[in-house]
Design a binder for this molecule. Sequence first.
Ligand code: AMP
Length: 281
Amino acid sequence: MVTLNSPEIAQATLLRWKRDGQVSFVPTMGSLHEGHLRLIRLAKSVADRVVVSIFVNPLQFGPTEDLAQYPRPFEGDRALLEKEKVDLLFAPKETDLYPKGFQTRVRVGELARHLCGASRPGHFEGVATVCLKLFEITRADIAVFGEKDFQQLRIIRQLVADLNLPVSILSHTIVREEDGLALSSRNRYLTPCERSDAARLFESLTTAKAQATDRSVTAGRLLETMHRNLHETFDIDYKSICSESTLVPVAPHCRVGDITQPRLFVAAKIGQTRLIDNIAL
Ligand code: AMP
């Protein structure tokens, strides 16, 4: 595996590789877990060479968020990627991607208005900006994103369509622990007690999904049940039901059967740790 931090050298290397076949790409912030590895295996299965980036992108963190504490076990990550037979690890430093004088941003529209976009102002602008840069540097034919960050995935698909980027976006379903908790680098912050309570988040999603087999049930009803199931353990940031295409929360009186591709989204804090999850209804 080649490890590079220079955007110019990475771009030149990949332009050369692309003459011999397809390149797929998995962007990450490191602190890799099985969820990332599944995305990488999918990426490997669809192209001749696979590139993974590790970059904790300061542009997508708010001033009160966990940028400084975000785990960065770089050598362990690198060993995992070697084992997966990744071809290139792109691990730029902050100044490699944002040198002095950097001033251009991608502005995201309506899709960033709700859910995490509402509670994390500027987050998706940071995500879209770094992804556009990474797509340009890697020149990847295919990029793989997880449904765990469903709003991000939807925004990246829009970015690619709106800006005519020559990359195909593939998605991977959410990879979970045995008790249902979605794998996340942030799970490392949980105390043992919080970790065991955290499984209730997914339980509340599966309960809602079961309730929604009755297609006449309203969004309001589902969200009320969820609130009852979660409020004692979690500080709920949002819980919303949206159509996958617009990501605009539906009104409480909406019946699930009347929503096109309904999906339930939740973000909630347990102790100091913010968790997100979602499920198709
Ligand atoms: P991150 O390192 O958190 O920025 O995540 C990098 C990529 O891995 C993103 O596309 C995430 O959606 C994806 N990802 C993270 N955790 C999971 C998971 N549990 N299941 C599926 N994809 C995931």
